[in-house]
Design a binder for this molecule. Structure first.
Ligand SMILES: NC(=O)c1ccc[n+]([C@@H]2O[C@H](COP(=O)([O-])OP(=O)(O)OC[C@H]3O[C@@H](n4cnc5c(N)ncnc54)[C@H](OP(=O)(O)O)[C@@H]3O)[C@@H](O)[C@H]2O)c1
Length: 253
């Protein structure tokens, strides 16, 4: 499993399992299955309401905690009490630390105290890395202006059908790892003819082509699946590569 290095030297597996829309029981089953397949990176959030299920699976896996990368997120309703919200997430997960803690969504006006609270959690080693989600260039720049510790990750919606190249370049230029959510377009574009043509050429599925496109752009990608067969399929993307022409075609979608 290839990984990327965050600006503070922490390593993040380039492929993770998304868990949005899973309840606790489904998340526990899916995360256990994913860890058995070889996934070592799980994405959850307070909003998803499944941190307890994710934590149960991580703890029961028998895999050393240091080998699993766990992300959770701060939801805007908790912007006035970020530290309490974080500790509640940690308690639900039943873990001693989280690998990555993200501000889930920016508000139109972001009090500086929110980011400073995340910096404090980082300084106290409750989290190994901090970052943001759904931030555009403007929101990132305004955060850079007052952050003592820059965000290490920006998690945003990204597929060839929803590709903000300017944001990707801005993240790279500023040392922020770009993490793609909804990389499979939630299933809505898997029959696109150009995507299918490239998939057929490689004897891969359209989903595998979409994930490989993330990897080759140097992104982290976190496809969601509760189905072991599709989890295995999404994991099997490290034995082929896309040509520059194929990447350009996908970029243009
Ligand atoms: N930060 C944010 O604001 C934010 C927002 C949205 C999502 N996220 C994160 O990103 C993760 C992924 O995004 P997402 O859940 O929106 O969408 P997604 O990963 O693009 O798509 C998930 C859908 O695709 C299906 N699927 C999975 N593998 C497949 C395959 N190989 N072939 C065909 N269909 C397949 C899944 O069904 P099955 O489960 O039945 O396989 C599910 O219906 C989320 O789970 C969450 O962790 C973050």
């Amino acid at each position: 499993m290839p990984s990327l290095t965050l600006s503070n030297g922490v390593s993040i597996p380039q492929l993770g399992l998304g868990t949005w829309k899973m309840d606790d029981d489904e998340a526990e089953r899916a995360v256990s299955e994913a860890l058995a397949i070889g996934y070592r990176h799980i994405d959850t959030a307070k909003l998803y309401g499944n941190e307890a299920g994710v934590g149960r699976a991580v703890r029961a896996s028998g895999i050393p905690r240091t080998e699993i990368f766990v992300t959770t997120k701060l939801w805007p309703t908790d912007f006035f009490s970020p530290e309490a919200a974080f500790h509640r997430s940690l308690e639900l997960l039943g873990l001693e630390y989280v690998d990555l803690y993200l501000i889930h969504w920016p508000a139109p006006i972001m009090p500086k105290s929110i980011w400073h609270a995340l910096e404090k959690l980082y300084a106290h080693e409750y989290v190994r890395a901090i970052g943001v989600s759904n931030y555009g260039v403007r929101e990132l720049d305004s955060l850079f202006a007052y952050a003592k510790t820059k965000p290490m990750v920006n998690q945003v919606k990204c597929s060839p059908f929803d590709f903000n190249k300017q944001l990707l370049d801005h993240c790279k230029k500023n040392g922020v790892v770009f993490e793609a959510y909804s990389p499979l377009t939630r299933g809505t574009h898997l029959s696109d003819p150009q995507l299918r043509r490239i998939a057929d050429l490689h004897k891969k599925t359209p989903a595998q082509i979409l994930l490989r496109w993330n990897i080759e752009h140097g992104m982290v990608t976190i496809p969601k699946s509760s189905n072991p067969e599709r989890m295995r399929q999404n994991f099997a993307i490290f034995d082929f590569s896309l040509s520059p022409d194929e990447m350009a075609t996908l970029d243009s979608l």
